[in-house]
Design a protein. Structure first.
Lengths: 116, 766
């Protein structure tokens, strides 16, 4: 029992500490023009290779990209530009027209809805 | 009387009567039935915001059996359930399901607005593909999804290797000389598993022996592995399972992709594909593959190459089109050329008693065209009609020393699928007809292994024309909460057997949110083509004896699986176990029990396979996944009146997968360990003592691993197969005398190749 207690304490300590390591980072939520799972892949891939980005998750339902980043290395502006460069609107930054044109049909605006 | 009949008919047709009858039925079935009703209308809104009524919409109170359907005007009437609050589920194919919460019975009228769910309508999946993200705990069939992501975690040069990390499908070498790998499911050979490419027949006929190497790994988007009997829609051939291969699609694939691979056996491989989207409705995808194995390697010094020199060229072009709200379709062509050269090379022949080396030469050529067209009914989104066709030419030549084989197959396959609903979307139906034609020309010759020129001593000609028309119907019930049933029946006409009827049933039940129970049962059949299916036995001195006319193979398969998902310490975990039984009514028995012969005959007696598998998956910390699996096989066949274990199939096996990815998956580490227990070896007691094998193989284990690093546009990987360099001892019996009476390269129960280190890259423009 005692050993289990020690192990558990150690694990929680590690988790807490790793939490502290991230405490310096900032999180931002960016509204995108994402449409589907494929878009999620594209946006996450594009943002994850920006300098200073620690974590990026795009919620397909809400189209929100939640990005955790180191503010000494990047800025919300740069992150939005990265999303725009992938062909998607990011808050007030419009999608790069060239990149948007190359997106598959399902990723274009209204691509997941019917046009009856 | 006739008047009375028509009046009754008219009454029956009326929706109101139907509902009264339904209510009466419900009132009878549920004694504590409440008399209060909810009435309303179902509508849909178009882009301009105009409303139109929706008929045939199914609805149901959650966790009850109370259902209703809206009529042509969209109106419906449904009794409230006994206990409140309750949730009403509204369901219609092509529309997003809606769940409405009712606190009490005070509101008795409601308007429900449904939204269209997608451009491609639900049932059109029969021509397209299944949603890659679909959660397979929701499918009625026991299906496992392998995504392209999973396939990149091992050196998946081609399909036969893509199951190396999988617990349900086994991959084995068939012999020590041809480098052929085949799969097994439930302890039975891959021939009993139906291998389809997007619902079209793929690995069958003459392609059975090497067919899995005809699809390079990077072409694949998903693989769906169904254990147990499959759906009747795709034919009668599935017995132990169904493997559905979904390739990348023109309208979704990366615009350019290039993969290079090299390994320590000097295998070089290039895979490329190029996607072009002309308009939103027309797109194409071109795949190309070239590979070579150029290293003559004989590490065990038996004068035979450990793996043959191989060359493969493979191209595939597919097109996709869409006519808005009317039709959607695909067509494509594929061509393949493969050459394998193995056996003894002149520099390796030492003191052979014959002046000629034992050569192995296998060449395959395949050309194929397919079409898939689906017709839609925009006003009836649950309805669709699809027609699929495949035309194929396959030529296979093989020579193993003095044994020569030449085969040709021309095939045509047509299938139609009509999808509709019965009354509402809780009841779906598919039916259609199919036609299968295969024209086989086969010639097998054995030559006297003495001095050239060798006169022919024996030849077997097998020319057959199989024409099998058939029809099927498949009914799916899904109550949208915890129960679904798929029951199918198909009838096919065989020349020699007449009309064969094969029923199949699948059931899925969720007793709780965390638990899934699946049951399946059904019959499958196939015609056998012994020369290609058992081409590895050519690599032995065994005389080939076909004792009688071989009848189609028929087997029943029953299965049960149980899945439990839970969260120990807040971490996701799942536990799964399954039991499957296959019973052969007829089987083409491949009898290796006499060392000098391989005998083929129809089963006399019983033949079965019992399989048990259990696996446990947990992700103890974020991005770390661990899977443990154990499998037990009990596979027995009656060989000449004696019930014996199927040779070379280990009874027990275990597998461990450990996968870790760093934040945002920039680094990936994958590790797999496999353990194989003892298997029975065919009887070799008639051989001289030095050429006898033990009764059983020795247990062994293999390790494999891979590291992947991802950059923005490129991914590089480095890995190793068979890390411990385990090789079975004496892979070939009497390699010094390949034309002698003891020679046998087919007694393979483990790896023939040693450790292989490989590396590669994947470059893409999305």
């Amino acid at each position: 029992m005692k050993t289990i207690k020690i192990i558990l304490t150690t694990i929680s300590a590690v988790i807490l500490l790793s939490g502290f390591a991230y405490a310096q980072d900032t999180t931002i939520v960016i509204k995108t023009s994402s449409q589907c799972e494929d878009c999620k892949k594209r946006i996450e891939n594009s943002v994850s290779f920006e300098k200073g980005v620690k974590k990026v998750i795009l919620d397909v339902e809400t189209k929100n990209a939640t990005v955790t980043y180191d503010k000494t290395k990047t800025s919300p502006d740069k992150l939005k530009k990265a999303i725009a460069k992938a062909g998607y609107d990011a808050d007030e930054v419009p999608a790069d027209a060239k990149a948007y044109k190359k997106l598959p049909k399902c990723c274009k605006k209204g691509g997941m809805e019917t046009s009856h | 009387m006739l008047l009375f009949h028509s009046v009754i008919k008219r009454i029956m047709k009326s929706k109101i009567i139907k509902q009264i009858l339904l209510s009466a039925f419900l009132a009878l079935t549920f004694p504590c039935f409440s008399q209060e009703h909810l009435a309303g209308k179902v509508v849909e809104k178009d882009a301009q915001g105009k409303e139109s009524s929706l008929g045939m919409v199914g609805m149901k109170w959650l966790n009850t059996a109370i259902t209703a359907t809206s009529d042509e005007t969209g109106s419906f009437h449904i009794p409230f359930p006994e206990s409140m609050p309750a949730k009403l589920i509204v369901n219609m194919i092509g529309y997003k399901s809606d769940t409405i919460f009712f606190r009490d019975k005070s509101k008795t009228e409601i308007k429900i607005t449904l939204k269209n769910s997608a451009t491609t309508l639900g049932e059109v999946k029969i021509v397209g593909k299944q949603n890659a993200t679909s959660n397979l705990t929701t499918t009625t069939l026991n299906t496992e999804l392998l995504t392209s992501k999973e396939l990149t975690l091992a050196a998946c040069c081609n399909l036969s290797e893509s199951f190396e990390r999988n617990a349900s499908v086994d991959v084995n070498f068939t012999d020590a000389v041809s480098g052929t790998k085949q799969i097994q499911m439930l302890g039975l050979d891959g021939i009993y598993t139906q291998i389809l490419y997007e619902n079209l027949p793929f690995v069958r006929g003459l392609a059975s022996s090497h067919g899995l190497s005809y699809i390079p790994g990077p072409w694949v988007e998903n693989i769906l592995v169904t254990k147990g009997t499959g759906s009747v829609v795709n034919g009668f051939e599935s017995i132990t399972g169904q493997i559905q291969i979904e390739m990348l699609e023109p309208d979704k694939a990366d615009r350019f992709f290039l993969n290079g691979y090299a390994n320590s056996e000097q295998r070089y491989e290039l895979n490329a594909h190029l996607a072009k989207r002309f308009t939103d409705n027309v797109s194409t995808l071109l795949f190309a593959h070239a590979s070579q194995n150029q290293l003559s390697m004989d590490r065990n010094g038996d004068s035979f190459l450990d793996s043959p020199l191989k060359t493969q060229y493979n191209v595939f072009n597919r097109w996709h089109y869409r006519i808005k709200n009317k039709a959607e379709g695909q067509f494509g062509v594929r061509a393949l050329l493969e050459e394998r050269i193995g056996g003894q090379t002149t520099e390796h022949v030492h003191d052979s008693i014959v002046p000629v080396p034992y050569n192995i030469n296998i060449s395959s050529k395949q050309v194929e065209a397919f079409t898939k067209n689906g017709f839609l009914f925009p006003e009836k989104p649950w309805k669709s009609i699809a027609i699929t066709t495949t035309e194929r030419y396959h030529k296979q030549t093989a020579s193993f020393g003095n044994k020569k084989y030449e085969g040709e197959q021309k095939s045509l396959y047509v299938n139609t699928i009509w999808a509709d609903i019965i009354d509402n979307t809780f009841h779906k139906i598919k039916f259609g007809g199919s036609f299968m034609m295969d024209d086989y020309r086969e010639l097998f010759t054995t030559e006297i292994p003495a001095f050239s020129p060798w006169p022919q001593i024996d030849s077997i000609i097998n020319n057959t024309l199989e024409m099998i028309p058939g029809g099927y119907v498949e009914y799916t019930f899904n109550n949208d909460t915890n129960l679904s049933v798929v029951s199918g029946l198909r009838a096919d006409y065989f020349d020699d057997l007449g009309l064969m009827v094969n029923p199949r049933v699948h059931l899925k039940y969720n007793p709780s949110k965390e638990t899934v129970i699946r049951l399946s049962g059904g019959r499958g059949m196939r015609t056998s083509h012994i020369f290609v299916e058992n081409s590895s036995v050519f690599a032995s001195s065994r005389e080939i004896i076909i004792k009688e006319k071989l009848a189609p193979e028929i087997a029943w398969n029953y299965g049960m699986t149980f899945t439990y998902c839970f969260k120990p310490f807040g971490r996701e975990a799942s536990w799964n176990f399954d039991l499957f039984r296959t019973d052969f009514e007829n089987q083409v028995v491949v009898d290796l029990e006499d060392v000098n012969k391989v005998q083929f005959y129809n089963l006399k007696g019983i033949s079965y396979s019992n399989s048990f598998q259990t696996d446990f998956t947990i992700s103890p910390i974020e991005r770390l996944d661990i899977k443990l699996a154990y499998k037990y096989y009990d596979v027995k066949t009656t060989y000449n009146g004696k019930l014996l274990y199927k040779p070379l199939v280990p009874k027990d096996r275990a597998l461990i997968n450990i996968d870790y990815a760093t934040n945002m998956e920039k680094w990936k580490f994958n590790f797999t360990a496999k353990w194989f227990g003892k298997s029975r070896l065919p009887n070799t007691s008639a051989n001289a003592i030095e050429f006898q094998l033990p009764e059983k193989s020795t247990p062994y284990y293999t390790l494999m691993g891979q590291i992947t690093k991802k950059f923005r546009w490129i991914e590089v990987y480095l890995g190793a197969e068979n890390l411990l360099d385990y090789r079975i001892p004496n892979a070939i019996i009497d390699p010094e005398n390949p034309f002698g009476t003891n020679f046998d390269a087919t007694m393979i129960w483990g790896p023939v190749n040693g450790r292989v280190i490989y590396g590669g890259f994947r470059y893409k423009i999305i």
